[in-house]
Design a protein around this ligand. Structure first.
Ligand code: HEM
Ligand code: HEM
Length: 185
């Protein structure tokens, strides 16, 4: 009896599909780790062994994000998003929609800019010490610098938008006590 109720409450209409939830949390862990390691590396002197080792982990996480977003985006476009039991007001709706579009854009831009920085600079493209990704670009120092700048400004945008995104999720859950966080759990 309760199983029926649980299944009904587990509404396919107000929660993201399991595949979408798994990808969201997997990517959240990967991207937040990449952000923290990238930020830390930017304070270390270029060339020291610790920075090189951490950047290898950073690049591996970043390339993982690139693979995951290539799976996630088509899934999102085909599955769409669940409806709300209680629709958000117009301001909240558009704020959330814009933040999500920006997050998707940055999840595509950041790994591509990171890859371009490393590939055009002729640097390593490791994946957790298991193999090297193919370098598809010719050596091009100007392209390396431009991509590094895009990567850096993209990182500033991500710090802000991810922080606002997390605070908004917590605000919905603890202050408004609505369903927003549960849609992703
Ligand atoms: C979601 C994916 C990624 C995020 C969120 C991210 C974030 C960051 C952050 C916050 C920094 C420090 C700020 C800066 O100096 O630019 C950084 C630096 C760096 N990232 Fe990424 N990154 C990602 C993917 C990648 C990928 C895929 C690669 C290469 C395969 C890469 C290579 C680098 C390199 C080489 C630096 C040092 C740049 C420099 O010192 O000029 N990143 N990244
Ligand atoms: C502790 C960290 C995080 C929490 C608590 C969280 C929470 C949530 C929640 C509750 C939703 C559903 C919002 C709604 O349906 O209106 C959501 C959606 C989303 N989150 Fe997060 N999130 C976190 C980290 C991240 C990170 C790091 C990223 C990417 C950089 C991200 C990207 C997204 C995107 C793009 C959506 C929209 C999903 C879609 O419509 O396909 N989230 N998040």
């Amino acid at each position: 009896m309760s199983t029926t109720t649980a299944t009904a409450a587990d509404t396919t209409t107000t929660r993201y599909r399991p595949s979408q939830r798994i990808l969201h949390w997997l990517m959240a862990i990967v991207i937040i780790s990449a952000l923290i390691i990238g930020l830390y590396c930017s304070y270390l002197s270029p060339g020291i062994p610790l920075r090189r080792a951490l950047l290898d982990v950073h690049k591996s996480l970043g390339m993982t994000a690139l693979i995951l977003i290539a799976i996630r985006l088509p899934l999102r476009l085909s599955l769409g998003e669940p409806g709300y039991g209680q629709p958000l007001d117009t301001l909240n709706h558009y704020a959330a929609r814009s933040a999500h579009i920006l997050l998707y854009a940055l999840m595509i831009l950041m790994p591509i800019a990171g890859y371009t920085t490393s590939a055009a600079g002729g640097h390593d493209l490791p994946w957790f010490g298991l193999f090297q990704w193919p370098n598809l670009l010719p050596l091009d120092k100007a392209l390396e610098r431009t991509a590094a700048e895009i990567h850096e400004y993209g990182a500033y945008c991500l710090y802000v938008i991810v922080s606002v995104h997390i605070l908004a999720a917590l605000w919905h859950h603890f202050f408004r006590r609505d369903e927003v966080l549960k849609r992703m759990l």
